[in-house]
Every structure is written in structure tokens, then in C-alpha cells.
Design a protein around this ligand. Structure first.
Ligand code: SF4
Length: 427
């Protein structure tokens, strides 16, 4: 299917000239995330959870019970004080009790988004059920258009179904945003995807570097990964096109020097994620990412606070025991309620700013959990403190010769240095 043919399916009425309300304001996100189980109706080769999707016996494969999912939502709302949630599966539209879960989230003040491949939404009656249940919006994973998409996700006519789904969402006036994983094949279609977003009224487009995160770290075949510099031209064109049409664009997990100055406001590395209100709160994410909150057993962990990193002392209060990487003391299950209570009191008494906690946690995620690397060029770069560098697996295959030190004349430590100029949608 060519793009022109896709357009015949996805276009409801051209929304090119519709304007959205945008703002430069940035605050720490209050959005949680939940993984219901790694069961899916597609077979994307880049999936972060490839192994769990394939292995039906894996304790995270089968969906969890509705009762457990509701308990997690309750904790997100009333312990972590989140006000929105991204519901993921695998594929959440095939979770048997999804509509009841959506309604529950809505009822307790947790605006529900479904991160979906949208194949189920090709059936307009199904799409309507989600609307009636109270879904806030869908984040549709559109990784390419036409046969390229079908190949990436392993479903014949998958793109036709997805284009129908996008048509249905417009017809039913259900808001949606788009996610695009930038594989080598998708790299040539970034501008087409931008055009689709403009014509269909998608409020946001996220372009995401193809990274082997989660259970794929260190073992992914990197054949389909493009070089950062090979994406640059099309990515910049797509950003221009989208922004000319008042659509928010985010480029995730991309080394900041890889785009020209003008486009660096759109790049979200770990430190910038917390200032995207459609991204996940590190505090609640620390808890929901643990095995018990993702498995299909009935067990749940007690809520835990954000992991500390590089924070040994603040205002004279000693956090060294809690901050030591590798010990991850409060990540252990056997830590007592009293110790958690003591940590919370210490954080409160030391007046540790939330922005500092989130910045340090972002560094923990980049430096230790996802193995980002910096090279000698990075050491001469004025923004090295706010950039993650190159993903470790990528650096091993392609090296880091593409890195170009950015010179500003002083060392930048404000995570929002570039993104403060970016326009985001209000809702
Ligand atoms: S720290 Fe390294 S990867 Fe990041 S912008 Fe600077 S040179 Fe590029």
C-alpha cells in the first residue's frame, strides 16, 4: 500500500488548519504507567518485551486480574497522587476487562490513556466501547505505513487495519497521539507520518530512537537500527512540518548533538522526560516497574519511593546508605516499614527539591539501568550533564564518532535548558 492509498483510508476530513492551544510551561509529570501483561496481537521485532511476549509461561505474559489492576490504579491515585495513567499490555485493547478498568480509572480521577497498536479499533463498534467507558485518548504506535509497517509488526494488512482505526478515532472524535519507533525502514517515512498526523488531527507525535531497553538490553540484533545521523535529515523535516501545523513533537532517547540547534528543544533524554506531562512519573514508575506489579500473580509490593542516586548529603542530612548504587536498599523487599518511614522523614527534613530527586533518578536510569555511554568528545561538551550520551549497545556496534561536542561557553546543568523553548499541548 502506498501513502496515497493509505490516505484514502485514514482521511476523515482534512484537519490541517485546525489550531491547538500550546504552552511553554513545564512541570513535573503526574502520569503513572501500568503493564497489564505481555500478551499481544502483533509481533514487532523491536518490542522491549520480546522474550515475555514469546514465552507464554513467563509470569509477566498472561494478563493480570482486574482486581489486581484496580489495586495498582488505586495506589497510583492515592499514594503517588498521579492524575493520569498510561495503560499498556502488551496490547491493552485485548485485555478482557479493559472497559471496566478504564471506567474505574476515570471514576477515581486517573485520566486513562491506552498505548495501543490500534488494530482492534479498526472495528468502529469496539472503538465506541472505549469512548463510552471514558478513555481520555489513545497513543497509537504507528511505526510505518503500508507493507513496511506490516513487515515490522508481522501482520499482513496490518497497516490497512491501522489506517481504518485512525479514521474511526476521527469519526468518533476520540483524541489520539502517535508514537513512531525509528527503525531503519521507518526512517524514510518520518515525513509521511508527520503528514498523516497533520491531516488526521493527532495532537502530538513522538519519534523514539530504536533502543534495546528492558529485557532486550545487550542481546538485540542491531541490523534494523539506523545510525542517528542517517535519521537527521528526515527527522528535522518532520519536526518542521509538524510544528508549522501546531503539533507537539518529541524526539526521545536521541543524543542532543545529533540534531541542529533549532531542534534540540524537542529532544527528551531521561532528564527531560519528567517535564513531558505525557511521560511517566519516576516516583510511581519505580514501583510499577517491579516484578510484582507486572506479573499475573496476586502479589503486590508495598509502595516505595523514587530511588536515590548521587545524593549522599543534602542540607546536612546524610543519605549515603540510601544513595549507594548497587545496594538499592529500598528496592529490596526485606526493607522494613520503619526504614522507609525514616527515609521519607529525612527527605522532608532536608528539604530536597523534587527537581533534584528527579534529575538524579534520570541519571541512574541512563547511567546504570540502561547503560548509556559517553566518549571523550562528550567530556568536552558543555551540555554533558543534561545529555544521556549514546545507548551502550548502539555505541558498541557503531562507535561514537558521530558525537559533536556542543560549546555554549559554560557548563549547563539545567535539564530544561533546551526544552523550555518547546511548545506542548495543554491537555
Ligand atoms: S554529551 Fe556527547 S552525545 Fe551528548 S550532546 Fe554532548 S557530545 Fe553529544
Amino acid at each position: 500500500m502506498r501513502v496515497e492509498e493509505a490516505k484514502q483510508i485514514y482521511l476523515y476530513k482534512n484537519r490541517q488548519n485546525e489550531k491547538q492551544i500550546l504552552t511553554k510551561e513545564k512541570a513535573i509529570t503526574k502520569r503513572g504507567v501500568v503493564w497489564l501483561g505481555q500478551t499481544c496481537n502483533l509481533d514487532c521485532y523491536f518490542c522491549y518485551f520480546r522474550d515475555k511476549i514469546d514465552n507464554k509461561e513467563h509470569p509477566e505474559h498472561q494478563f493480570m486480574s482486574l482486581e489486581k489492576a484496580k489495586k495498582i490504579m488505586h495506589t497510583l491515585r492515592y499514594v503517588y497522587v498521579n492524575n493520569a495513567v498510561d495503560i499498556q499490555g502488551g496490547e491493552p485493547t485485548i485485555y478482557p476487562d479493559i472497559c471496566e478498568l478504564i471506567s474505574y480509572c476515570k471514576e477515581i480521577g486517573l485520566e486513562p490513556t491506552l498505548i495501543t497498536n490500534a488494530i482492534v479499533l479498526a472495528d468502529i463498534d469496539m472503538a465506541k466501547k472505549f469512548k463510552d467507558a471514558g478513555v481520555k485518548d489513545f497513543l497509537v504506535s504507528i511505526h510505518a505505513i503500508g507493507e513496511t509497517y506490516d513487515r515490522i509488526v508481522g501482520l499482513k494488512n496490518g497497516s490497512v487495519k491501522q489506517m481504518k482505526a485512525i479514521y474511526n478515532l476521527q469519526k468518533l472524535e476520540i483524541p489520539f497521539r502517535l508514537n513512531c519507533t525509528m527503525t531503519k525502514e521507518a526512517g524514510n517515512q518520518l515525513v509521511d507520518i508527520a503528514q498523516l498526523a497533520i491531516e488526521t488531527g493527532s495532537s502530538v507525535v513522538n519519534f523514539i530512537a530504536f533502543n534495546p531497553f528492558a529485557d532486550q538490553q545487550g542481546k538485540r540484533n542491531l541490523i534494523d537500527v539506523p545510525k542517528y545521523s542517517d535519521l537527521k535529515e528526515n527527522l528535522q523535516k518532520a519536526i518542521d512540518l509538524l510544528e508549522e501545523n501546531d503539533i507537539e513533537v518529541n524526539v526521545r532517547y536521541f543524543p542532543i548533538c545529533m540534531l541542529n540547534e533549532k531542534y534540540r528543544k524537542n529532544i527528551y533524554n531521561f532528564q527531560q522526560l519528567s517535564y513531558d506531562h505525557h511521560e511517566w512519573d519516576f516516583n510511581s514508575w519505580t514501583w510499577t516497574t517491579r516484578f510484582n506489579q507486572k506479573s499475573n500473580s496476586d502479589e503486590l509490593d508495598k509502595p516505595i519511593p523514587i530511588l536515590l542516586y548521587n545524593l549522599n548529603k543534602y542540607n546536612g542530612v546524610d543519605f549515603s546508605e540510601w544513595s549507594k548504587y548497587e545496594t538499592k536498599k529500598h528496592y529490596y523487599r526485606d526493607v522494613s516499614d520503619y526504614e522507609i518511614f525514616e527515609l521519607m522523614l529525612k527527605l522532608f527534613s532536608a528539604d530536597v527539591p523534587k527537581e533534584l530527586l528527579y534529575k538524579n533518578n534520570a541519571k541512574l536510569r541512563a547511567e546504570k539501568h540502561t547503560n548509556y555511554k559517553k566518549c571523550e568528545t562528550c567530556q568536552n561538551c558543555d551540555i554533558k550533564d543534561i545529555c544521556d550520551g549514546f545507548h551502550g549497545d548502539y555505541a558498541e556496534v557503531f562507535g561514537m564518532d558521530e558525537a559533536k561536542a556542543i560549546k555554549i561557553g559554560k557548563e549547563i546543568t539545567d535539564s530544561k535548558f533546551y526544552i523550555k523553548e518547546q511548545l506542548k499541548v495543554i491537555n
